[in-house]
Design a protein around this ligand. Structure first.
Ligand code: SDX
Length: 424
């Protein structure tokens, strides 16, 4: 007998079904609420609202648990690789070695982008933010692969579009950086691994080929794993909403890139480094900025702190913080912003305001310090987040279609003018 909850309204009693997940999460199924009671629910920011069931990622905000398809983020970061994790997220199983090799082979066959895309590039001023360039270019892929527009697209074509996206994103990302620098673009070197190939396309110059540093490539591969999915976050929810209208995979991912760009979401990693640099320039006065973050009349927020779901710690932040020390020491870098970040964390976590609101460092708090150590410019930090999140977005879009989910169309409570006649 499935559990129910009772709703007493307008002199009637309604039984609402309770849905239970495999980790004992419980939800009130309100899919028939309006038809039966005339009521809708109201939940700005969906803080209490589930949009779907999903078998991709499990988070426990209280216990700081993050698992992709049942595997812990700690295990995957330590033992797996980004492309293996991408395959796991999208196809629900860790690939055999043969399957992984053919997945990698397919990706290397699609790393080139159509030469005509350079004409789109050339239209962007150097001042264009790489996230805007990326979302435009990913959206334009539908123009080069019109078969992706078929609403009855079959799984083979979907798989090919998935390969194209995973293969071309690093190339488009590196090109968006070269556009900003006014440098000639580099072409992929398919003899290299995914992260190494990206770094080489980013940093090679006609005058000097970039020597891939194995420590840098490994650190980047781990960062991509840590960003690969995060259930129904703002950008994944956006990908699902756009995908629910039967928009193409390319259009849905481009929408996710735009949602991630905001500084409350993926744009936070750029905002964190800008904040740390500001504090450093201001003499490293951590207490002053903690005070500002607590002041309701001050718009300053401690970027990289707080999370909608994690209320104890973000397991990714812990892993990245550990990697920070390893990467900086292997490059012999003494980065004062890391010291400032650690001091901010120490002071904030003993301050009532942060403790009471359960605000802890999130994935964005330390990631920028590693990106900076790898030589990646601040404006590219959120692009790195998008590169990592791509397989998660793809998995969410694919699951939405496989579930046959209806088009997303929330309701509202109207608070505007009542009927009035037009008599100007
Ligand atoms: C990501 O959802 C995901 O999974 C996202 C993500 C992913 O992998 O996809 O994990 C990636 O987006 C991480 C978050 C990156 N954003 C930031 O670091 C920006 C700074 N953080 C916040 O703006 C905020 O904490 C959010 C946006 C992350 C969460 O916002 P919520 O859940 O809507 O919480 P809220 O804004 O209602 O804050 C609750 C209280 C408020 O104070 P009161 O009104 O109760 O007095 O906490 C305060 C807020 O003012 N608060 C902060 C704060 N974050 C929240 N105060 C100071 N500094 C902060 N950073």
């Amino acid at each position: 007998m499935s559990k129910t909850a009772q709703l007493h309204f307008d002199g009637k009693v309604y039984e609402l079904p309770i849905v239970e997940g495999v980790e004992n999460e419980k939800a009130l199924d309100i899919s028939k609420l309006r038809a039966e009671t005339g009521l809708i629910t109201l939940d700005p920011g969906f803080k209490n609202t589930g949009s779907t069931t999903s078998s991709i990622t499990f988070l426990d905000g209280e216990k700081g648990i993050l698992r992709y398809r049942g595997y812990s983020i700690e295990d995957l970061t330590e033992k797996s690789s980004f492309l293996e994790v991408a395959y796991l997220l999208i196809y629900n199983e860790l690939p055999s070695n043969d399957k992984l090799e053919s997945f990698k082979q397919l990706i290397t066959e699609h790393t080139l982008v159509h030469e005509d895309m350079k004409k789109i590039f050339d239209g962007f001023p150097a001042s264009a933010h790489p996230m805007g360039v990326m979302s435009s270019l990913v959206s334009s892929l539908a123009a080069f692969y019109p078969e992706s527009l078929d609403p009855n697209i079959n799984s083979k074509v979907i798989d090919l579009n998935i390969i194209r996206l995973i293969a071309k994103m690093p190339t488009l990302a590196a090109w968006s950086y070269k556009n900003e620098m006014g440098h000639p673009v580099n072409y992929p070197d398919n003899s290299l691994g995914y992260a190494a190939n990206f770094l080489k396309m980013m940093f090679s110059l006609p005058t000097e080929e970039y020597e891939v540093n194995a420590v840098a490539a490994n650190a980047l591969d781990k960062l991509l794993i840590l960003h690969a999915d995060h259930e129904q976050n703002c950008s994944a929810a956006t990908v699902r909403v756009v995908g629910s209208s039967e928009a193409t995979l390319y259009a849905s991912i481009a929408a996710g890139i735009n949602a991630l760009w905001g500084r409350l979401h993926g744009g936070a990693n750029q905002a964190v480094i800008e904040m740390l640099e500001m504090i450093k320039a201001d003499g490293g006065n951590v207490e002053k900025y903690i005070k500002k973050a607590k002041d309701k009349n001050d718009s300053f927020r401690l970027m990289g702190f707080g999370h909608r779901v994690y209320k104890n710690f973000d397991p990714r932040a812990r892993i990245i913080k550990r990697h920070c020390d390893d990467v900086l020491s292997s490059f012999g870098i003494k980065d004062q912003t890391l010291e400032i970040a650690k001091k901010l964390e120490e002071v904030a976590l003993s301050d009532e305001y942060f403790v009471e609101r359960k605000l802890y460092p999130n994935v964005d708090f330390y990631s920028g310090i590693i990106y900076k150590a790898l030589g990646i410019p601040t404006e590219m930090f959120t692009v790195m987040f998008a590169l990592g999140r791509l397989p998660g977005w793809i998995a969410q879009w694919k699951e939405l279609r496989e579930h046959g989910q209806p088009i997303s169309r929330p309701r509202q409570i109207y608070t505007g003018e009542t009927l009035r006649s037009y008599n100007k």
